[in-house]
Design a protein around this ligand. Structure first.
Ligand code: GLN
Length: 321
């Protein structure tokens, strides 16, 4: 059988412009130097085991070239970056209306796991990039897709058949996920949850526990940047209209309550996770980063610093066009 994942991502077969190479290499050192300023997530005990000084950076260019630095192959849990995949799946299987009749598209301005506005301001979660919104979105899928279906979709989007469920993270997530349990039951109490709470939550925890690398995220970023088609294989993986929606929500909500500042300073659609991952869909390139030392918002401190440098030096801000 032909291997769908058989793409030329192993080595830099195609030369990358020397300026791009220099800027990425500077960004790597800037990022690595900042890891000591943050802390690894500890509220999910298994995440606390990560090496706080780790930092990996992978850039996949639409021309087929790539750059890699540091811990770019290290496996870590995808956490909230999976919210992008969950949204892509919902748009694919439920459609635009079938998704946004059940979840809003507004930045919340609150922490990723906040319950505040869900209880006081609206019956529907603010957007699919925060916990309440992703849990609600996954409830739209829980009765039509299995975890294996979502795992295959994740592998396809990340061009990485090595993605598996990290059982230890999943167990840890399950044992410490009381706030997410509160969210799912709050959604149920409001009559908006679209599947059974346990089933919904189990799928959400499993999707957060997928083990990826900076390289997997670079591939995801490249496909999103390229309008949903893999520029290397030519294969369409996400409908282009859905990509516009995904990019918009990544831009406005992808960095939690730091999304506005990240939008101004870096200006590319991005999504972070408390495992230290960051996916960026920059013009002409996908960038995947891994640095488990986090800032107070839950974003990788090294990844944000590195992206500020890359965007400024290469003029990647989407509103510079
Ligand atoms: N699994 C994490 C949680 O539900 C995901 C949060 C994140 O990465 N921000 O709390």
């Amino acid at each position: 059988m032909e291997n769908d994942f058989d793409r030329p991502i192993e080595k830099e077969q195609i030369a990358i412009d020397t300026k791009i190479e220099r800027v990425f290499s500077e960004a790597y050192y800037i990022g690595r130097a900042s890891t000591a300023k943050g802390t690894v997530a500890a509220y999910i005990p298994e995440l606390a085991k990560a090496d706080a000084s780790a930092f990996g950076l992978y850039m996949m260019h639409e021309n087929g070239g790539s750059l890699s630095f540091g811990d770019f192959e290290t496996r870590f849990s995808i956490q909230s970056v999976s919210k992008v995949i969950i949204l892509a799946a919902s748009l694919k299987y439920r459609g635009f209306r079938g998704t946004f009749d059940h979840v809003m598209m507004e930045p919340s301005g609150d922490a990723f796991n906040s319950i505040l506005k869900l209880d006081t301001r609206s019956n529907l979660p603010f957007n699919p990039m925060i916990n309440a919104g992703a849990i609600q979105t996954i409830s739209l899928l829980a009765d039509i897709l299995s975890f294996e279906d979502l795992l295959s979709f994740s592998r396809e989007l990340c061009c990485d058949e090595g993605i598996t469920l990290d059982e230890a993270v999943y167990k840890s997530e399950f044992e410490s996920g009381d706030r997410n349990r509160a969210i799912v039951y709050l959604l149920k109490s409001k009559g908006v949850l679209m599947s059974e709470p346990q089933k919904t939550l189990d799928l959400y925890f499993k999707m957060c526990s997928l083990s990826v690398s900076a390289r997997s995220l670079a591939s995801l970023g490249l496909i999103i940047s390229n309008g949903g088609t893999d520029p290397l294989s030519g294969k369409r993986l996400i409908d282009s209209e859905h990509v516009r929606t995904i990019k918009s929500l990544m831009f406005t909500c992808g960095m939690y309550d730091f999304s506005g500042e990240f939008g101004v300073r870096v200006g590319v659609p991005a999504k972070s996770g408390v495992g230290g991952g960051l996916v960026c869909a920059a013009p002409g390139m996908g960038i995947g980063l891994y640095g488990p030392s986090l800032d107070p918002f839950g974003n990788s401190i090294a990844a944000v610093k590195a992206m500020e440098h890359i965007s400024e030096k290469l003029g990647l801000h989407v509103f510079d066009y």
